[in-house]
Design a protein around this ligand. Structure first.
Ligand SMILES: [Zn+2]
Length: 221
């Protein structure tokens, strides 16, 4: 059996980690576990966890640890049953507590963490990117656009499927700044946590997406 490669994509909201994780997932055929999507799916399906998560998402706050952990746990167990070759985790962990919970979970499932890719960008770039973001309203499409870096060909219309685009409530400039503050308070200690374990690899996310992508592929191969 092929060796498993389990990777965490790490970086502030707007650092481009979601876009990169999606591309890398496709290229290396590794399942992409995006906690943002997991949460939105649960909210859309009005599951018990989803209903709990909704109030936090709408006020631009991070969803509490235990909720996210429960969602991730389910997902990893399903994937593990399919004899997979690894995963890309995107948007988790965000706190030391989550990192410890993940560590226990991986130990229990006999999975090793290979790398934590830390995509870094200056705050002003992050706020600009976040408040320019538009998402496809078609849940099964999920295309992401950016009025600065990835403009849709037609205004307010998805290039892929033609559905209308929308701005998430936590992507306005004010909400973006709040998210970044919360990120720095809660997530920054994780950099040290993974650096101390020799898992952390820094990547300059201010560069062009193509350049960032090539850098990541080089690291993983
Ligand atoms: Zn679409």
């Amino acid at each position: 059996m092929q060796k498993q490669v389990n990777i965490i994509f790490f970086g502030a909201p707007g650092a481009g980690k979601g876009t990169q994780a999606k591309k890398i997932s496709h290229e290396l055929k590794l399942p992409h576990i995006d906690t943002g999507s997991l949460i939105r799916e649960a909210i859309a399906n009005k599951t018990e966890l989803g209903t709990k998560a909704q109030q936090f998402v709408e006020s631009g706050k991070l969803v509490p640890d235990q909720l996210v952990i429960d969602l991730i746990r389910e997902k990893l167990i399903v994937l593990k049953d399919k004899n997979f070759n690894g995963f890309i985790l995107d948007g988790f962990p965000r706190t030391i507590l989550q990192a410890n919970a993940l560590k226990s979970l991986l130990e229990e499932l006999k999975l090793d963490l290979a790398y934590v890719l830390n995509i870094q960008s200056p705050e002003n770039i992050l706020v600009k990117r976040l408040s320019s973001r538009r998402l496809c309203s078609n849940k099964s499409c999920g295309a992401i656009f950016n009025l600065v870096t990835r403009k849709p060909k037609e205004e307010n219309k998805c290039d892929v499927c033609g559905s209308p685009l929308y701005q998430r409530k936590d992507d306005t400039e004010e909400a973006a700044k709040e998210r970044l503050n919360e990120y720095h308070n809660k997530t920054a200690p994780l950099e040290k946590y993974y650096r101390d374990q020799n898992k952390l690899i820094d990547i300059d996310g201010a560069k062009e997406p193509e350049e960032v992508y090539n850098k990541i592929i080089k690291i993983l191969s």
